[in-house]
Design a protein around this ligand. Structure first.
Ligand code: NDP
Length: 251
């Protein structure tokens, strides 16, 4: 098991892609901290499933847009498991709206959860990882930074927030390289989760024409890429983005 005895935090780990990552990591031997913002029942059920399968997991409520919450998330992890080896900064929201109609609220919520969330949780874990001279940080990026025109769906504001993550990633990776910490991202294409239900359905159908494989991705396919980057097989990989999108960004 490639993640045996590792301790991993997965933000937004209670549903969709985050849930698949939590289950995959637990199956690979990691002890899991499943973070969520609102849905305690979903996180609790996932923790029960992981334990029933013989794994170790806890759930911790924390809003990643709030620094005191991400600090508490790390403190709770250290209290439960003593160390933090892996952080998956995955919590995110989507906004599908033409640029000209985008509101201040759209801007604020995308920036707060997607970009500040990554900033907060990464800064919260790093002092511990630097002390231990070991760490794996993986952000969930997005196809919306690879493709400008999806036909129907419009993502300019969200692209700004996710683009901020992609922009910060390599400088952080460069600063952390000498501390034994790798910083990478996995950039998903259209993945079949509840998030897709929040965006224009006709646009989602239209976007499928842009995917050479002509299907949506599965959360497990993102989790597999995350598991690789979290493992020691990826020890010499940092500052990179692994695109998992059925070829959508090739053109
Ligand atoms: P979902 O909407 O299915 O799940 C989102 C998760 O994030 C939930 O666990 C939710 O918890 C949590 N969350 C949301 N806001 C916060 C917050 N402020 N603090 C802590 N947790 C929060 O999303 P997906 O699984 O589809 O997406 C996961 C990631 O993948 C996101 O970063 C998204 O941008 C990215 N992505 C997804 C794509 C897709 O096609 N699905 C495509 C490209 C990127 P709760 O339910 O408790 O609120």
């Amino acid at each position: 098991m490639k993640l045996e005895n590792k301790v991993a935090i997965v933000t937004g780990g209670s549903r969709g892609i985050g849930k698949a990552i939590s289950k995959r990591f637990a199956g690979d031997g990691a002890r899991l901290v499943v973070n969520y913002r609102d849905d305690a029942d979903a996180a609790g059920e996932l923790v029960d499933d992981i334990r029933a399968a013989g794994g170790e997991a806890i759930s911790v409520q924390a809003d990643v847009s709030r620094r005191p919450d991400t600090d508490r998330l790390c403190a709770s992890t250290l209290e439960a498991f003593g160390v933090i080896d892996i952080l998956v900064s995955n919590a995110g929201i989507i906004i599908d709206r033409p640029y000209i109609e985008s509101t201040d609220d759209d801007w604020q919520s995308a920036m707060d959860t997607n970009l500040r969330g990554f900033f907060n949780v990464t800064q919260s874990v790093l002092p511990h990882m630097i002390d231990r001279k070991y760490g794996r940080i993986i952000a969930t990026g997005s196809i919306i930074n690879e493709v400008a025109d999806f036909g129907g769906n419009k993502y300019s504001v969200c692209a700004a927030s996710k683009g901020g993550i992609h922009g910060m990633l390599r400088p952080i990776a460069a600063e952390m390289a000498r501390h034994g910490i790798t910083v990478n991202s996995v950039s998903p294409g259209y993945i079949a989760t509840e998030m897709l239900e929040e965006i224009d359905a006709a646009g989602v159908e239209e976007a499928l024409r842009l995917v050479p494989m002509r299907r949506y991705g599965k959360p497990d396919e993102i989790a597999a890429a995350m598991a690789f980057l979290a493992s020691d097989d990826a020890a010499y990989i940092t500052g990179q983005t692994l695109r998992v999108n059925g070829g959508m960004s090739m053109n």
